[in-house]
Each structure stands twice: as C-alpha cells, then as structure tokens.
Design a protein around this ligand. Structure first.
Ligand code: ASP
Length: 328
C-alpha cells in the first residue's frame, strides 16, 4: 500500500512538472535544437536553417540547427528518438523517414511509433547534375556517354535511404545501367567532390544545386518532377520524363518531428509557430528561389503529416522491396 502511494505521488509530481513546463514552453533562456541528420551546408540543412530563422519570432526563443549525419539520416533520427521529449530537441528530415523502414533491416527506432508529428514543411524537386568536365552538354549526349561508359560511372549519394540514393536508384533502373554508388554523409560533401571531378553524377535537391547550376560549377541535365520548374535558374531544364525516362517523377518532402511523449501542449505551440513560419514571406521567398514549394495544405497538421508519412512508407516500401536493396 505504502509503495502504491509512493508511486502515485511520484507520478503526480511528474505530471505537474510536465504540465508546468508545457505551459511555460519555450523558456526564454533555453534554445530549441533542430537536429539535421545530414551534413552541414546541404539541402536538408539549408531548409532547417531557413526554418529555424522563421521559427525564432513565433516561438520567442533561439532555434539552432545541429547536424548529426551518417547512415542515410538514421543516426541523427535515432538521436531525436532517444532525446528527452520536452520540445527542445526536434528533427527535420525528408523522405528518408519513409524509405528507412524498408531499407534497413535493423533500425534503432520506429518511424510510426517513436515520434510526434509536428507538420510538413516543404516539397523540393531534384536535379540530375554532373561534374563540370562531363563531355555531354544535354541529356541526349549524357545518355550516349552513360551507355559508352558502363561499369566506370560513379554516382554520389547521401547514404542508403537518402533522397539522392532513392533518385539515383530510380535513374539507374530507368536507364538500365548499373553505376557505382559513392555514399557521403550528405550531398554537401558529395557536391564538393562532384565539382572536383571525383564523382561523375549526382541527383540532388534544388535547394542545394540551384546556386551551383547558376554559377556553372556543375552541369545540369534535367529535373526529376513531372513538370518543368518556374524558378528562373532552372526553368530551361527539361524533365527526365520528357527526356525519355517515362513516368519519372520524384519530389522530396521535409517534415518536423519531436520525440514520442512530447506533451500535447508543447506540440501545439510548435505547430502553431510552424504555421506562422510557413507563411513568413521571407521564408517563402528563400524557398521558392531554390525551387522548393512551402506546404500550405492539411499536411501542416500533425495528424495529417503522420497519415502522409505512413502512406509514403507503404509506397516506397513496395518499390524498395521490388528493387531488393537492404542494409544491416
Ligand atoms: N540531399 C541529401 C539526400 O540525398 C540530404 C542532405 O544532404 O541534406 O537526401
């Protein structure tokens, strides 16, 4: 009986503590950290840094970005799954949330069960780019070059389950040519090696490639979406589908997450702030300038965000199973 009472008292104290902290969230002297599971300077990092800036005002505290990269985003994602569920450690991740469950035989977290879903952020097209010394000047010439160089082509990616990996797999399947995958901790280091000529090709988000395409540091051949883009620097690029890869259509999305058990009141505060940030004209302008589209539909709500991710897990799970690609 005594033990029961003690347990009840501890539980009540814990609930009061949680209730109080939820009400006061966020404390002005405490930073909120958004964990980016890829290298600094890459596309996911770029979205997170712009979002952190837009969230500062509505949240009333400093929002910082911290990169924990590696293993196609699974290391940084695991860090957030294990973090204290108090709203001060969040995760920004992309489509990897829906590819990891099928790609990794052992994941140290469950995407459906170990997170609170705080809302979607944006959708980003990808581009197919090559080292600046690539002899091909358009997709037709690239197609010929690829078929002439079978067995010698290095294709960069940000690890198993990353957007670049997924896009690269789909590209190879559509071309019916195997390429050697070269994994990095993010596409920021991959693009550095592409510019340096250490790898031949990369499929990467426009949030990372627009500036490099504009300054002609890389060669660009196509966008991965079903329609051409309107972003000035990218509007002349054909789609892969119109270049002959029938039905090729890849768009990457990003969402915001908290560890499972984050109090509902804290989740609501973050979600309210996210809705304000997604309407911030400065954030929208930055994203649109890089080819991204800010999410404004029902998926900004946590429950709809979760529904969407679960449907994506099903969709990509089937594709990955068919391709037979796994990691331990
Ligand atoms: N673009 C990377 C990817 O392939 C992620 C990153 O480096 O931010 O998924």
């Amino acid at each position: 009986m005594k033990t029961m009472l003690k347990i009840a008292l501890i539980a009540a104290a814990a609930l009061t503590a949680l209730g109080t902290s939820a009400q006061e969230f966020p404390a002005k002297d405490k930073n909120i950290t958004i964990v980016v599971p890829f290298a600094a300077g890459g596309p996911t990092d770029r979205v997170a840094r712009d979002l952190a800036e837009a969230l500062r005002k509505p949240l009333g505290t400093t929002v910082v970005v911290d990169n924990t990269s590696g293993a196609g985003s699974s290391i940084g994602t695991a860090r957030v799954a294990r973090a204290t569920p108090d709203g001060y450690t969040l995760l920004l991740n992309h489509i990897g949330m829906s590819t990891m469950p099928a790609l990794y035989r052992k994941l140290p977290f469950s995407v459906p069960n170990d997170f609170e879903y705080l809302g979607m952020v944006n959708e980003v097209p990808m581009t197919l780019i090559a080292r600046p010394t690539m002899p091909a000047n358009n997709f037709k010439e690239l197609n010929t070059w690829i078929h002439q160089n079978k067995g010698k082509i290095n294709l960069g990616n940000a690890g198993l389950g990353a957007a670049s990996h997924l896009c690269g797999l789909m590209f190879q399947n559509a071309m019916k040519v195997d390429m050697t995958p070269v994994p990095y901790k993010g596409t920021a280091p991959a693009i550095t090696d592409l510019i340096g000529g250490q790898i031949d090709l990369l499929c990467d988000q426009t949030t990372n490639t627009t500036g490099q395409i504009e300054s002609k540091k890389v060669k660009a051949y196509a966008v991965t979406t079903s329609k051409r883009l309107t972003t000035p620097a990218l509007k002349d690029l054909p789609t892969l589908a119109e270049s002959g890869l029938k039905d090729f259509d890849v768009t990457i999305w990003h969402g915001l997450y908290a560890p499972k058990g984050t109090p509902a009141a804290v989740q609501k505060k973050i979600n309210d702030a996210l809705k304000i940030a997604l309407k911030d004209p400065d954030f929208i302008k930055k994203q649109e300038g890089l080819g991204a589209v800010v999410v404004t539909d029902h998926r900004v709500e946590g429950a709809e965000h979760k529904k969407f991710v679960l449907s994506e897990i099903e969709k990509w799970g089937a594709v990955i199973k068919a391709a037979g690609t796994y990691a331990d």
